[in-house]
Design a protein around this ligand. Structure first.
Ligand SMILES: [Zn+2]
Length: 558
């Protein structure tokens, strides 16, 4: 298909384009310089950006399904009937697979990463990702409580660790290395947790510090496209900001040959001061200072949005603590030698001081950290549902919108946070950075997140004139425009037109093959031993075949 999107107001930060009136030419699924005989679409005075890229959203796999199964009330909250060629579905915070694809496309997003896959659940995850329409996907397997990882680190076998990292990416068709509460999920197997980066994991004798630094080193040596994706220790605990800063400092001033080496995810949950829920306060400014001077780190925010959601993470001890706090229902999954996710519902209320502070911290981080280091997420569905991203965009662009919300929160919020003293307001260029160019670059997708020649023709058009609207004064208009794209183009095909899905295309699944850089025979004996002795499945049944991915996109790093 050949297309020209004519006369839009374009924001494309990766190419330095800041609100210029121009045409976007598309041919064979790619952005091109010029195109003849193309269908012309008039997008005069509309906002044009590369399509959105979500680097961290829990959309498929074991815990997402636990969430669906044990929350029928969430399912009933939103029932979408079948319509024309569109499938029906249900679910508000854990929607069914087809709705996920439609909802992202309707917001102008075309790429989403599932960030926490127990390797043993990779097959299930991929089969579910296959069913999510329209968007491109990738997934991050979990390496945090993995017995191979801890054994190799304890024995100081770096070559074996590197080989295992590459092998597991290949076996799971995964994209990068995810670490969740390093060491904590293994400790959870003994009813424990680790409370500091230097506390030893029971029976393995390794520390979170060693797990993080060794995996960072290995990922750097393998030159994987995305850095280690880290969920720090002690998520959600009062006083955890000190551990977060210590963790960030593990890579500061280190020479990684210009490669960014650590992505710290949903930072909001890791910036808490105080020593109890009573003294809970924001330490976003302290953490932001560290991020700003740390050249090797990128972060995503993990914003909180008020409302009812389902929390789910491979950080099982944290989910148990949350369950003890709320008394709501709780589910836990123990995944053999690998990890242990938990799931529990949660309601963020503006009248609950801790929740209001969490809401403020997410915004403080985005406003205090340099925009080039920020990626906007809600850690869907943990901090809020992804369909509420436009609310976060409106808060970031309008101090007035923040003040209006702040006025509805617990009266002490203002004293425990800095939010009311921050004047910064994002502009459209910066919004395009934190939702498009930054995540695509950080994740290592050279053809996503921008509109330069050769990029994937993934484009979002919003029905608002960015040269006329005043986001600071009119936040509602901003929220409305970003909620429903005027047009979404995916791989050169128009999938959304005037806020409706008009075409359901299939998305690709990206995975990284680094096996060319390692010698598998180095770990053959250990694989054989662990699978025969401990795993409930055979090694041959464990590996996800490339043919199981409906549209496989192998990224080779040899
Ligand atoms: Zn997450």
């Amino acid at each position: 298909m050949k297309l020209i999107l004519k006369n839009g107001i374009v924001y494309d930060p990766a190419n330095g384009i800041n609100g210029e009136r121009m045409d976007i030419c598309i041919k064979d699924g790619k952005i091109v310089e010029k195109v003849r005989g193309a269908k012309e679409i008039d997008v005069s005075n509309k906002l044009v950006m590369p399509a959105g890229f979500d680097i961290h959203s829990h959309i498929a796999g074991g815990k997402v399904n636990v969430g669906r199964l044990f929350r029928p009330e969430d399912s009933l909250r939103r029932l979408v009937p079948k319509r024309d060629a569109l499938r029906g579905g249900s679910g508000y915070s854990v929607p069914t697979v087809h709705l996920i694809g439609y909802d992202y496309a309707l917001m102008g997003y075309t790429t989403v990463i599932e960030p926490a896959v127990p390797p043993l659940m990779a097959r299930h995850t991929h089969h579910e990702l296959n069913e999510i329409p329209i968007i491109d996907k990738a997934c991050f397997p979990l390496y945090d409580g993995n017995w191979f990882v801890m054994k190799y680190i304890a024995e100081e076998k770096m070559e074996e660790l590197k080989t295992y990292v590459a092998w597991l990416l290949w076996a799971t068709k995964g994209y990068s290395v995810k670490i969740t509460n390093p060491g904590g999920t293994e400790a959870w197997g003994w009813g424990k947790n680790v409370h500091d980066i230097d506390e030893e994991v029971p029976y393995f004798g390794v520390t979170p510090r060693e797990i993080i630094t060794n995996l960072v080193e290995v990922v750097n040596e393998l030159k994987l496209p995305h850095s280690v994706h880290l969920h720090c220790n002690m998520l959600g605990e009062p006083g955890n900001y000190e551990i977060t800063i210590k963790t960030l400092q593990l890579v500061r001033n280190k020479d990684f040959e210009g490669r960014q080496s650590l992505h710290v995810t949903h930072l909001q949950f890791h910036c808490y001061g105080g020593d109890s829920w009573k003294t809970f306060e924001s330490k976003a400014d302290e953490v932001a200072k560290e991020v700003n001077k740390n050249e090797n780190v990128m972060i995503d925010t993990g914003n909180v949005i008020f409302g009812d959601t389902t929390t789910m993470t491979a950080d099982a001890p944290m989910e148990f603590d949350l369950f003890m706090l709320t008394g709501l229902k709780w589910a836990n999954k123990d995944v053999e030698l690998e990890t242990a996710p938990g799931v529990t519902p949660y309601v963020y209320s503006p009248k609950v001081l801790v929740n209001a502070i969490q809401w403020a911290i997410g915004l403080e981080l985005a406003l205090l950290i340099k925009p080039e280091k920020v990626i906007m997420t809600t850690d869907h569905p943990n901090g809020g549902v992804f369909t509420d991203y436009p609310k976060v965009i409106a808060w970031l662009m309008s101090k007035k919108a923040r003040e209006e919300m702040l006025a509805k929160t617990h009266k002490s919020t203002e004293h425990r946070t800095l939010l009311s003293s921050i004047d910064k307001e994002y502009d459209f260029y910066e919004i395009a950075m934190i939702t498009r160019s930054n995540p695509a670059k950080d994740a290592g997708f050279p053809n996503k997140g921008h509109l330069g020649v050769g990029a994937d023709a993934d484009v979002a058009v919003y029905d608002i004139n960015p040269l006329e609207v005043n986001p600071s004064r009119e936040p509602k208009k901003i929220e409305r425009a970003f909620s429903r794209a005027y047009m979404t183009v995916k791989g050169g095909e128009i999938v959304v037109k005037e806020g409706e899905i008009v075409n359901v295309v299939g998305g690709r699944t990206f995975w990284v093959d680094a096996t060319g850089k390692v010698d598998r025979s180095l770990i053959e004996k250990d694989l054989d031993y662990f699978f025969k002795r401990y795993y409930s499945v055979n090694l041959s049944n464990y590996v996800v075949g490339e043919e199981e991915l409906r549209r496989s996109e192998r990224v080779c790093v040899s």
